[in-house]
Design a protein around this ligand. Structure first.
Ligand SMILES: [Cu+2]
Length: 272
């Protein structure tokens, strides 16, 4: 497991300060002697810690996506579309606690809707317990992680991005079919990645107030609302991006920037 860091809780700092300044006058230690809590924890768990698992869910219009080559969904521009591929990286997950402290799970995580093992990933078994404020991560691979050759085995290695376009890896492969202006099924491949040295990954922060890391284990569900990739601020008429003359968008810096901007509303934290 990777090294994780967490900044000290302000309460503990305040206590240390009070202890050193007012030694003998303030019974600071008594407030932090939670002996009863220790007794309640499983014997094999560190005091004040629990396992945190991240689950990944993929939805269209609020419902779990049904994969296939048909076109059961409508995007904001009125295109009928379906979904055949959802593969992506998220990186550098951090938990932000209500007390202002932070716990980091650095590094990339690969998710493929078709690979069940990637849909539930243990962050760590010893995350400090406490009330959460938010969950943050990077959609894609930030430049420090997006280096050619980082992944040598499938499935991650299959996300390679061509060297002639800057190398590294796709952040996202979102594919399916849509009905074009002629009413015929046409494939779309919404692929994103760093293009020619420009990074299009982006930070995501999701409100987690009301949630907590529990000693008994916690699952946080990161929901990707797929239709949002095509929605606001750049509403995509898929005919304009995927057609016989222009079947892909990987070389299209404008399209990469638009996917990045549309991504701001793609993610949500699912119900516990
Ligand atoms: Cu591609």
């Amino acid at each position: 497991m990777r090294t994780t860091g967490r900044t000290p809780r302000p309460l503990a700092l305040a206590c240390l300060g009070a202890t050193s300044l007012l030694a003998g006058l303030v019974g600071c230690g008594d407030d932090h002697d939670h002996g009863d809590d220790v007794d309640a924890r499983p014997a094999d768990a560190a005091p004040g810690s629990g396992a945190v698992t991240v689950a990944f869910a993929h939805r269209v219009g609020g419902d779990a996506v049904l994969m296939g080559t048909d076109t059961p969904y409508l995007n904001a521009a009125g295109d009928a579309f379906g979904v055949t591929v959802v593969r992506y990286f998220v990186s550098d997950v951090s938990l932000h606690f209500a007390d202002g402290s932070r716990w980091d799970a650095p590094g990339p995580r690969y998710v493929d809707h078709e690979l069940t093992a990637t849909l539930t990933q243990l962050l760590a078994s010893d995350v400090p317990t406490g009330a959460l404020a938010s969950v943050s991560f990077v959609m894609g691979l930030p430049p420090a992680l997006n280096t050619s050759g980082r992944f040598t085995a499938p499935p991650e290695s299959l996300m390679e991005w061509p060297e002639m376009m800057g190398g590294g890896y796709h952040y996202l492969k979102f594919e399916g079919r849509y009905l074009n202006e002629a009413g015929e099924p046409f494939p779309y491949r919404a692929h994103s990645g760093g293009l020619d040295g420009v990074d299009y990954s982006f930070a995501v922060s999701l409100d987690a107030s009301g949630r907590a890391v529990e000693a008994t284990g916690t699952t946080l569900t990161l929901v990707m609302n797929l239709e949002q990739w095509f929605t606001a601020p750049h509403t995509w008429d898929l005919d304009d991006y995927f057609n016989a003359a222009q079947p892909g968008i990987m070389r299209n810096a404008t399209a990469q920037a638009e996917l990045q901007a549309n991504g701001a509303t793609v993610f949500a934290l699912g119900a516990p």
